[in-house]
Design a binder for this molecule. Structure first.
Ligand SMILES: [Zn+2]
Length: 465
């Protein structure tokens, strides 16, 4: 996913959406139902663990969930549905970040042994208001080895009224000794629909009209991160006047208009190379991000391939994808995906990004002219068989061979190499007996033929080397 910087500076008291609409109770947490249910049950039964680890990619709600759990555990008037009341002193202090019982520590900036020692020393004091003293350590994987060791000692014998909630994007960096002492929850990246639903809710709350395509685009771009989606939405609201259209979203996000990909498909169908150049030029003139374009192009062909394999196509562009689906074979889709991946890894070292892109697009447009792999395989098997036959047959007496070659008509397969390969090679007849020289020429022709189709080069080696 792309990184971008966002400036929201409309009013001094403006609160960014991600903060304004951050869930305050369990029910408002989107897309993590099994985790929420497990936590609520544990609170209800009074059997919460001493340490929890919330793992998941950024913006999936790890610290939000940890905070709600902290509030619920210390709330003096928990609702019947095990939700924090958000109005008692404890709830309000936790929300304001001023609670003495719930301490939030950023593991990235407090990663040393001294920081953890300070925690270990304060662990012994009783909670000031609530029932529990809770330490929320964000980005816990950033702690140093020594800090982890100090933390481990506390975790091994935690005081009765202390709890640790850890959050991390990289759980593999957390030592196994720590992991084994935590109850672990993996927060999922949110499905498109869950993100769209949350944005729809925000839009309706703010009385903003936004069309469904625009909504879907923001959700797709956020790639499973709700906080990213909300930040993008913030940016688009600041940009748009009145209602939000898909064009505005495209403009703000620098998105590649999807029509370009369908234009490319049509160019493949009609073998129109000009379109390849036009697309490349358009991208460069508009200053689009090439890496993003390649990602989107990859996603486009993946969608076509998956729809050929029976998956449901993108519902927003179902008809267009159905049309594109008919243009390619499965093998061609695979070949294109490979070409894109190759360009993605080579583009950094390319002398000219534009030329690299043009070359990729031309290859895609010409994909249907490629000789199918099975033809090449068949051809190579034939070459192999004919070589075996030549070897097995003892070299015929010169006189007999002479006669045979004379019988062969002039337009025989021994003709000199054709300038270009035929798109679909025909099955080959058994080779007639030939002179050594002619055998070699025939063999060379076949090898050249195969090399052109395989896009390879032929290297001649001296005998005995
Ligand atoms: Zn409360």
């Amino acid at each position: 996913m792309n990184h971008y910087f966002i400036l929201v500076a409309t009013m001094p008291d403006y609160q960014v959406l991600a903060r304004k609409y951050r869930p305050k109770i369990f029910r408002e947490v989107f897309g993590q139902d099994p985790i929420v249910q497990t936590l609520k049950n544990a609170i209800k039964k009074g059997c919460t663990a001493h340490a929890y680890l919330f793992c998941g990619s950024r913006g999936t709600g790890k610290t939000t969930l940890a905070r709600i759990l902290a509030k619920a555990l210390n709330c003096s008037s928990l609702t019947a549905d095990t939700e924090p009341c958000n109005s008692c002193t404890s709830c309000r202090q936790i929300a304001a970040g001023s609670s003495l019982d719930v301490l939030e520590i950023d593991g990235a900036s407090n990663r040393g042994i001294d920081d953890i020692k300070t925690i270990a020393e304060s662990v012994g004091y009783c909670p000031a208001h609530g029932q529990w003293k809770i330490y929320i350590i964000d980005e816990v994987h950033m702690l140093t080895k020594e800090a982890f060791n100090a933390l481990l000692k506390t975790l091994e014998e935690p005081p009765a009224n202390v709890k640790f909630f850890f959050a991390t994007t990289e759980s593999h960096k957390v030592p196994a000794t720590i992991l084994s002492r935590c109850q672990r929850f993996n927060l999922k990246r949110l499905p498109l629909e869950a993100i769209s639903e949350k944005l729809r809710m925000i839009a309706s709350d703010m009385a903003i009209t936004i069309d469904e395509t625009a909504l879907a685009r923001i959700a797709t771009f956020a790639d499973g991160g709700l906080r990213d989606a909300e930040s993008l939405f913030d940016q688009i609201i600041a940009f748009s006047e009145g209602s939000i259209t898909k064009e505005a979203v495209q403009e703000v996000l620098g998105l590649i208009p999807h029509e370009l990909f369908f234009d490319l498909d049509q160019a493949v169908a009609s073998n129109d190379i000009r379109v390849a150049f036009n697309i490349a030029q358009k991208l460069f003139l508009e200053g689009k991000d090439l890496h993003h374009f390649l990602e989107e192009l990859h996603a486009h062909f993946k969608t076509i391939l998956l729809s050929k394999l029976g998956s449901e196509a993108d519902p927003l562009r179902k008809e267009k994808y159905e049309a594109s689906n008919k243009i390619y074979t499965q093998e061609q889709c695979l070949a294109i995906l490979e070409m894109i991946a190759e360009t993605q890894s080579n583009i950094k070292t390319a002398i000219s990004e534009q030329i690299a892109l043009e070359s990729l697009l031309i290859k895609i447009v010409r994909v249907r002219l490629r000789v199918p792999l099975e033809h090449i395989t068949r051809k190579l098997i034939q070459i192999e068989q004919s070589l075996i036959q030549l070897k097995e047959k003892p070299t015929a007496e010169p006189a007999k061979a002479e006669v045979k070659t004379h019988e062969t008509p002039p337009a025989s397969p021994q003709a000199p190499p054709p300038p270009a390969p035929a798109p679909a090679p025909r099955a080959m007849e058994a080779p007639p007996i030939m002179h050594e020289g002619r055998k070699k020429a025939h063999y060379d022709t076949l090898v050249q033929f195969a090399s052109v189709e395989l896009d390879a080069t032929v290297q001649h080696k001296q005998k005995g080397k």
